[in-house]
Design a protein around this ligand. Sequence first.
Ligand SMILES: Cc1cc2nc3c(=O)[nH]c(=O)nc-3n(C[C@H](O)[C@H](O)[C@H](O)COP(=O)(O)O)c2cc1C
Length: 202
Amino acid sequence: MFYQPGKTDHGLPHNPFKALITPRPIGWISSVNPKGEANLAPFSYFNAVADTPPMIMYSSTGTKRDGSAKDTLRNIRATGEFIHHIVGRNMTDAMNISSGDYPNGEDEFAKAGLEKVPGELVAAPRVKTADAAMECRLWKIIDLPGENNHMVIGEVIGIHINESILVNGMVDPLTYEPMARLGYRDYSAVEERFSLSRPGQK
Ligand SMILES: Cc1cc2nc3c(=O)[nH]c(=O)nc-3n(C[C@H](O)[C@H](O)[C@H](O)COP(=O)(O)O)c2cc1C
Protein backbone atom coordinates (compact mmCIF):
# COMPACT_ATOMS: atom_id res chain seq x y z
CA MET A 1 0.00 0.00 0.00
CA PHE A 2 1.03 3.63 -0.41
CA TYR A 3 -0.63 6.81 0.83
CA GLN A 4 0.25 10.49 1.04
CA PRO A 5 -0.38 11.95 4.52
CA GLY A 6 -2.76 14.90 4.31
CA LYS A 7 -3.56 14.10 0.68
CA THR A 8 -4.79 10.52 0.39
CA ASP A 9 -6.42 8.16 2.87
CA HIS A 10 -4.49 5.20 4.32
CA GLY A 11 -7.77 3.31 4.63
CA LEU A 12 -6.68 1.66 7.90
CA PRO A 13 -8.71 1.82 11.14
CA HIS A 14 -5.96 3.89 12.84
CA ASN A 15 -3.18 6.17 11.64
CA PRO A 16 -0.12 3.89 11.14
CA PHE A 17 2.54 6.65 11.23
CA LYS A 18 3.68 6.37 14.84
CA ALA A 19 3.46 2.56 14.77
CA LEU A 20 6.05 2.60 11.99
CA ILE A 21 8.59 4.54 14.07
CA THR A 22 9.14 2.30 17.05
CA PRO A 23 10.34 1.84 19.68
CA ARG A 24 10.36 5.51 20.67
CA PRO A 25 12.07 6.44 23.96
CA ILE A 26 9.94 8.36 26.41
CA GLY A 27 10.95 11.77 27.68
CA TRP A 28 9.34 12.16 31.10
CA ILE A 29 9.56 15.86 31.63
CA SER A 30 9.11 17.92 34.77
CA SER A 31 8.81 21.68 34.79
CA VAL A 32 7.38 24.49 36.92
CA ASN A 33 5.11 27.40 36.10
CA PRO A 34 6.10 30.93 37.16
CA LYS A 35 4.23 30.39 40.45
CA GLY A 36 6.53 27.43 41.16
CA GLU A 37 3.81 24.79 40.73
CA ALA A 38 5.20 21.47 39.50
CA ASN A 39 4.24 19.63 36.32
CA LEU A 40 5.19 16.23 34.92
CA ALA A 41 4.23 14.59 31.59
CA PRO A 42 5.54 11.96 29.13
CA PHE A 43 6.53 12.65 25.51
CA SER A 44 7.54 10.02 22.97
CA TYR A 45 8.45 12.45 20.24
CA PHE A 46 11.69 12.53 22.16
CA ASN A 47 15.36 11.77 21.65
CA ALA A 48 18.99 12.67 22.25
CA VAL A 49 20.32 14.82 19.41
CA ALA A 50 23.95 15.69 20.22
CA ASP A 51 26.87 14.63 22.45
CA THR A 52 29.02 17.68 23.14
CA PRO A 53 27.32 19.48 24.66
CA PRO A 54 24.66 16.84 25.28
CA MET A 55 21.33 17.96 23.83
CA ILE A 56 17.88 16.42 23.89
CA MET A 57 14.59 17.29 22.19
CA TYR A 58 10.90 16.60 22.51
CA SER A 59 7.94 17.78 20.47
CA SER A 60 4.70 19.10 21.84
CA THR A 61 1.85 18.34 19.47
CA GLY A 62 -1.75 19.46 19.79
CA THR A 63 -3.31 21.19 22.77
CA LYS A 64 -5.09 20.36 25.98
CA ARG A 65 -8.79 19.45 25.67
CA ASP A 66 -9.79 23.06 26.37
CA GLY A 67 -7.65 24.27 23.44
CA SER A 68 -4.90 25.83 25.58
CA ALA A 69 -1.18 25.07 25.22
CA LYS A 70 0.12 22.00 27.01
CA ASP A 71 1.52 22.90 30.43
CA THR A 72 5.02 21.54 29.80
CA LEU A 73 5.46 23.75 26.74
CA ARG A 74 3.98 26.75 28.51
CA ASN A 75 6.21 26.25 31.55
CA ILE A 76 9.39 25.77 29.51
CA ARG A 77 8.63 28.91 27.48
CA ALA A 78 8.20 30.83 30.75
CA THR A 79 11.14 29.45 32.75
CA GLY A 80 13.61 28.08 30.16
CA GLU A 81 14.24 24.95 32.24
CA PHE A 82 13.10 21.35 32.57
CA ILE A 83 14.19 17.88 33.72
CA HIS A 84 13.93 14.71 31.65
CA HIS A 85 13.65 11.38 33.56
CA ILE A 86 14.14 7.90 32.21
CA VAL A 87 11.08 5.68 32.58
CA GLY A 88 12.06 2.26 33.88
CA ARG A 89 9.45 -0.47 33.93
CA ASN A 90 8.75 0.24 37.63
CA MET A 91 7.62 3.77 36.66
CA THR A 92 5.06 2.61 34.07
CA ASP A 93 1.90 3.38 36.04
CA ALA A 94 3.17 6.70 37.36
CA MET A 95 4.21 7.75 33.85
CA ASN A 96 0.78 6.87 32.53
CA ILE A 97 -1.06 8.74 35.29
CA SER A 98 1.10 11.82 34.62
CA SER A 99 -0.13 11.91 30.99
CA GLY A 100 -3.66 12.94 32.05
CA ASP A 101 -5.14 16.24 30.83
CA TYR A 102 -5.05 18.10 34.18
CA PRO A 103 -5.51 21.87 34.70
CA ASN A 104 -2.40 24.06 34.78
CA GLY A 105 -1.05 24.10 38.32
CA GLU A 106 -2.34 20.63 39.20
CA ASP A 107 0.64 18.60 40.37
CA GLU A 108 1.09 15.28 38.53
CA PHE A 109 3.71 14.23 41.11
CA ALA A 110 0.94 14.17 43.71
CA LYS A 111 -1.54 12.52 41.31
CA ALA A 112 0.94 9.73 40.59
CA GLY A 113 2.11 9.37 44.22
CA LEU A 114 5.66 10.41 43.34
CA GLU A 115 8.10 12.00 45.76
CA LYS A 116 9.80 15.10 44.37
CA VAL A 117 13.22 16.49 45.22
CA PRO A 118 14.54 19.92 44.19
CA GLY A 119 16.60 20.22 41.00
CA GLU A 120 20.31 20.96 41.60
CA LEU A 121 20.59 23.55 38.83
CA VAL A 122 17.01 24.23 37.70
CA ALA A 123 13.78 25.22 39.40
CA ALA A 124 11.89 22.14 38.18
CA PRO A 125 11.62 19.33 40.73
CA ARG A 126 12.91 15.83 40.08
CA VAL A 127 11.20 12.45 40.44
CA LYS A 128 13.14 10.95 43.35
CA THR A 129 12.62 7.32 42.31
CA ALA A 130 13.52 7.68 38.61
CA ASP A 131 16.77 5.82 37.93
CA ALA A 132 18.24 8.73 35.94
CA ALA A 133 17.36 12.34 35.27
CA MET A 134 18.81 15.11 33.13
CA GLU A 135 18.51 18.73 34.14
CA CYS A 136 18.16 20.88 31.03
CA ARG A 137 18.35 24.49 29.99
CA LEU A 138 16.19 25.45 27.00
CA TRP A 139 18.22 26.12 23.85
CA LYS A 140 15.51 26.75 21.28
CA ILE A 141 11.86 26.12 20.49
CA ILE A 142 11.27 25.51 16.79
CA ASP A 143 7.72 25.96 15.53
CA LEU A 144 7.02 23.10 13.12
CA PRO A 145 4.54 23.17 10.21
CA GLY A 146 0.92 22.55 11.16
CA GLU A 147 -0.99 23.82 14.15
CA ASN A 148 0.49 23.45 17.64
CA ASN A 149 3.60 21.47 16.68
CA HIS A 150 6.65 22.71 18.55
CA MET A 151 10.07 21.10 18.91
CA VAL A 152 11.78 21.94 22.20
CA ILE A 153 15.55 21.49 22.27
CA GLY A 154 17.47 21.66 25.53
CA GLU A 155 21.07 21.41 26.66
CA VAL A 156 21.68 18.83 29.38
CA ILE A 157 23.51 20.66 32.16
CA GLY A 158 23.30 18.07 34.96
CA ILE A 159 22.83 14.29 35.05
CA HIS A 160 21.63 12.20 38.00
CA ILE A 161 22.25 8.44 37.91
CA ASN A 162 21.09 5.92 40.48
CA GLU A 163 24.23 3.85 40.91
CA SER A 164 22.17 0.67 41.12
CA ILE A 165 21.77 0.80 37.32
CA LEU A 166 25.57 0.69 36.82
CA VAL A 167 27.25 -2.65 36.18
CA ASN A 168 31.07 -2.51 35.90
CA GLY A 169 30.79 1.26 35.56
CA MET A 170 28.41 1.06 32.60
CA VAL A 171 24.74 1.95 32.48
CA ASP A 172 22.94 -1.36 32.23
CA PRO A 173 19.45 -1.05 30.70
CA LEU A 174 18.59 -4.61 31.64
CA THR A 175 18.54 -3.56 35.31
CA TYR A 176 15.80 -0.94 34.84
CA GLU A 177 14.20 -2.03 31.55
CA PRO A 178 13.55 1.32 29.87
CA MET A 179 10.01 1.71 28.57
CA ALA A 180 9.42 2.67 24.96
CA ARG A 181 6.36 3.64 23.01
CA LEU A 182 5.13 1.50 20.15
CA GLY A 183 2.08 2.37 18.07
CA TYR A 184 -1.52 2.66 19.23
CA ARG A 185 -1.75 1.87 22.98
CA ASP A 186 1.26 -0.44 22.94
CA TYR A 187 4.55 -0.22 24.83
CA SER A 188 7.74 -2.23 25.01
CA ALA A 189 10.44 -2.64 27.67
CA VAL A 190 14.07 -3.55 27.00
CA GLU A 191 14.61 -7.16 28.06
CA GLU A 192 17.25 -8.27 25.59
CA ARG A 193 20.55 -6.87 24.39
CA PHE A 194 23.19 -7.84 21.85
CA SER A 195 26.40 -6.11 20.81
CA LEU A 196 27.88 -5.35 17.39
CA SER A 197 31.32 -4.01 16.48
CA ARG A 198 31.34 -1.41 13.74
CA PRO A 199 33.48 -1.96 10.65
CA GLY A 200 37.12 -1.40 11.64
CA GLN A 201 36.40 -1.68 15.39
CA LYS A 202 38.27 -4.33 17.37
C1 LIG B 1 3.72 7.47 26.38
C2 LIG B 1 3.16 8.80 26.00
C3 LIG B 1 3.82 9.57 25.06
C4 LIG B 1 3.35 10.84 24.71
N1 LIG B 1 4.04 11.57 23.78
C5 LIG B 1 3.64 12.83 23.49
C6 LIG B 1 4.42 13.63 22.60
O1 LIG B 1 5.46 13.23 22.09
N2 LIG B 1 3.98 14.90 22.36
C7 LIG B 1 2.85 15.40 22.94
O2 LIG B 1 2.52 16.56 22.69
N3 LIG B 1 2.10 14.65 23.79
C8 LIG B 1 2.48 13.39 24.08
N4 LIG B 1 1.75 12.64 24.97
C9 LIG B 1 0.57 13.23 25.61
C10 LIG B 1 0.97 14.14 26.78
O3 LIG B 1 1.66 13.39 27.79
C11 LIG B 1 -0.31 14.75 27.38
O4 LIG B 1 -0.88 15.62 26.41
C12 LIG B 1 -0.09 15.47 28.68
O5 LIG B 1 -1.35 15.77 29.26
C13 LIG B 1 0.67 16.77 28.51
O6 LIG B 1 0.80 17.30 29.80
P1 LIG B 1 1.07 18.82 30.11
O7 LIG B 1 -0.15 19.63 29.66
O8 LIG B 1 1.21 18.80 31.60
O9 LIG B 1 2.30 19.22 29.39
C14 LIG B 1 2.16 11.35 25.30
C15 LIG B 1 1.47 10.55 26.23
C16 LIG B 1 1.96 9.29 26.56
C17 LIG B 1 1.20 8.45 27.57
